[in-house]
Ligand binder design. Sequence first.
Ligand SMILES: Cc1cc2nc3c(=O)[nH]c(=O)nc-3n(C[C@H](O)[C@H](O)[C@H](O)COP(=O)(O)OP(=O)(O)OC[C@H]3O[C@@H](n4cnc5c(N)ncnc54)[C@H](O)[C@@H]3O)c2cc1C
Length: 229
Amino acid sequence: MSILETVKTWVKHETQHRAAVVQVRTLQGVLRHITLEAESFKHMTDYAPGRAVSVYIDGATQRVGRKYSVYRFDATRGRIELLVHLHGRGPGSAWASLLTVGDNVWLRGFSGRVTLDLARQTHWFFGDATTLAPFAAISRAAQGRCEGFIEGDTRIASLLDELELPFTWLDQAGGKASRQPAMARMLDLPTPAAIYIAGAAQTVRAVQDILLFERGLDRTSVRPKPFWG
Ligand SMILES: Cc1cc2nc3c(=O)[nH]c(=O)nc-3n(C[C@H](O)[C@H](O)[C@H](O)COP(=O)(O)OP(=O)(O)OC[C@H]3O[C@@H](n4cnc5c(N)ncnc54)[C@H](O)[C@@H]3O)c2cc1C
């Protein structure tokens, strides 16, 4: 672990965990569903739906970290589940695609501010393949109505069905520019609602700007977080 990471961990009182991969499967060839188990997970207290862990993808060396959101957390069994997008362009994606049962994984957590807004009864989501884990966790825990758009190719459409998520597939239309800003502009949004925006940084910024500056939504109702790009 680098000196900076050590200091961060010390300041945030975060514990390093060594977990074992107990289950791993590939969904629609595009997502890796990873289940990790560690005795120390049973003592993690600061979980909230939407939070993430920092995984050291270089293992015990602990220098190269990537953030992945928690899909499910079971403190009783000491289990954390992740959904990692296999985009095929980076070491995190390669790490996830190669994991097998019995491998060790080092991580720390929890972190992240795009968590369930307990004050709202209606929840709207804008995201992509990387946001399925946090949005699933938030919508599972939310009281009231949950809707939203997840952008991607046809495999993402199948994933929404397979994982039984309450979101609408937005066709990525051959990898061209995101259609989320256009949807944010014309959507008949319920109010008041909590609006969660995550995924590709450029899209998150564009959707956020439209909601805040063009549509005049209250800042307190919008929860944006760029995940990548
Ligand atoms: C709080 C938080 C929570 C997150 N939760 C999740 C999660 O649950 N699941 C998940 O899959 N990701 C999640 N991410 C995103 C993930 O951390 C990034 O996608 C990360 O960059 C992946 O690392 P990498 O080594 O694969 O690619 P990098 O080395 O970071 O990037 C290599 C290249 O790939 C591109 N790239 C990175 N990610 C993607 C992508 N998803 N699609 C297309 N191109 C990409 C980059 O722009 C760059 O050009 C989260 C990020 C944050 C900040």
